[in-house]
Every structure is written in C-alpha cells, then in structure tokens.
Design a protein. Structure first.
Length: 267
C-alpha cells in the first residue's frame, strides 16, 4: 500500500491510522530510504524523529528521483535494501510512477499535487479537537494548492462537505467541495496555504475582518505562511490561531502512517 495521495486510502484506513496515533508502544523493524526536495523543515524534522521513535533504520538518498534513471530501474535496484520510502518530490507524476514500480510502500511527503501527511494530521486535529470530521464546518481560503487538493480528496474518501472560498476562475464541479467567492456562513476552522505558482492578488489576502465575518473560527495557516500574501494579518495575534502546538501532531500521525503501511505490507 502506498500513500501518494489520500485517495489511495479508504475511509477505514484513515480511521485505523487515526486510532493508532499516540500508542506508546509503537515499534517496528524496518529500513527507510528518505529523500526530501527543498527545505521541508517541519516535515523533515517530524519524519526523522518518527523513524527514530519507531526503531527504524534510515538512510538519506538525496534527490532520489532527480536522476535520469527510469523509475522502474531505481525500484528494481533499491527495493531489496529498503522496506519503505518517504519522498518529498515536486514532480508528482514521477513520484507516482516510482511508487507503481516499487514493491515497497512509498509515502508522499509533499508533491505538486498533494500533501497527504500534512492534511491527515490537520484533519486528525479537527476530528479530535473541534468536531467529528464529517460534521465540522471547514473552509479552505484561496486558490487551489497541493494542500487543498489533498483536502478535496479527504472529503471525497470520508464523504463530508467542505467549502472553498476563492476567485470564480478557480471554481469547478467537484463532489464534496462547494466553491464560492463570498462569505455567507460561519465556520469552525479556516485553512490557508501559500499561493501556488505566480498567483498574486492582494484582494484575496485573508484579513481579521474576513475571520470575523466567518464567526471568528479557529485559524490554521499552512506553514510556511507569508504575511502580506495569502494572509494579511499576523496569525499569532489572532485568538483562534492553532498553528504552533497543532503542528506537533505531525510526529504521532506520521508514526501511525509508517506503522500502518508497514504492517499492511508485512501481514
């Protein structure tokens, strides 16, 4: 089983992963190959800590998928040395192809089309601390990004509705996603992400007034956030900011993901 996008999982898989979060005795034998494009400060920190706490051996393979080698050859040469791969690679199609070619689980630690571990962590927080995920009133603010695409997939897999507020040019027909360009209701939590590509429109910077219109919900800006772009306010000054402590959940959720995929493979 791979986790390249959230739609690789069933609703039952996700529930089982969340049920494993925080188990004190989580240990498993295995060998991890990890490769992180770019900085990936928080994801890198929490995954390396997860490897250590689970008792896994781990080796960094820098720029694993940047080579000109075919993914089928990479997998054939490397699979005997590793039990799982954790890869941060912007080229989503090449990452997905490597996962298809490999006999080992491959975990997407971020690609251009998804950030599944981040979103499974954020959704776990919502489910535990705000409201059951199928009942929570969730708003995504701004144009679609890899984080938001993973939220769309999660809503489809677990069959709940989310609202995305953004320019009309980005609206599309999607199951379980309601697009709008205006605020017409209250929410339990609002999530932002860095603007994709060259997008730049100050009219869509989230303000304190916008949050007040939405009933002063919890606010989760996906780091690294940019004040003056996707958000106009300093989120730390907002009473509903959930950022710093909430991201500590990356570690236990990533541990649960690793344990679940490895157990599924070895069983």
């Amino acid at each position: 089983m791979n986790l390249i996008q959230i739609s690789d999982l069933s609703a039952n898989d996700i529930t089982n992963i969340w049920d494993m979060v925080g188990q004190a005795d989580m240990q498993i034998q295995g060998r991890v190959a990890w490769s992180f494009e770019g900085n990936g400060i928080r994801t890198r920190t929490s995954f390396i800590q997860a490897f250590q706490e689970l008792g896994l051996s781990f080796i960094e393979l820098p720029n694993l998928l940047k080579t000109a080698e075919r993914t089928t050859d990479l997998a054939a040469y490397l699979d005997d040395f590793y039990d799982v791969y954790v890869i941060r690679e912007r080229n989503h199609e090449r990452l997905a192809q490597f996962a298809s070619d490999s006999r080992r689980p491959v975990i997407n630690a971020l690609s251009s089309l998804g950030h599944p571990c981040e979103v499974l962590t954020d959704a776990y927080y919502v489910n535990q601390q705000i409201a059951p995920i199928r009942q929570a009133r969730i708003c995504l603010w701004g144009p679609p990004s890899n984080v938001m695409l993973s939220w769309h997939e999660l809503a489809s897999v677990m069959e709940f509705q989310i609202t995305q507020i953004c320019e009309a040019a980005f609206h599309e027909e999607k199951p379980h996603v309601s697009y709008t360009s205006s605020i017409s209701s209250s929410f339990d939590i609002v999530i932002t992400d860095g603007w994709p590509g060259t997008y730049d429109n100050a009219e869509w910077s989230l303000t304190t007034a916008h949050l007040e219109q939405m009933g002063s919900p919890k606010f989760l800006p996906t780091p690294p956030f940019s004040i003056g772009k996707e958000i106009a306010l300093d989120p730390v000054s907002y009473a509903g900011f959930t950022g710093y402590q909430q991201k500590n959940l990356l570690l236990p959720v990533q541990k649960a993901i690793l344990l679940y995929l490895l157990n599924k493979t070895q069983s």
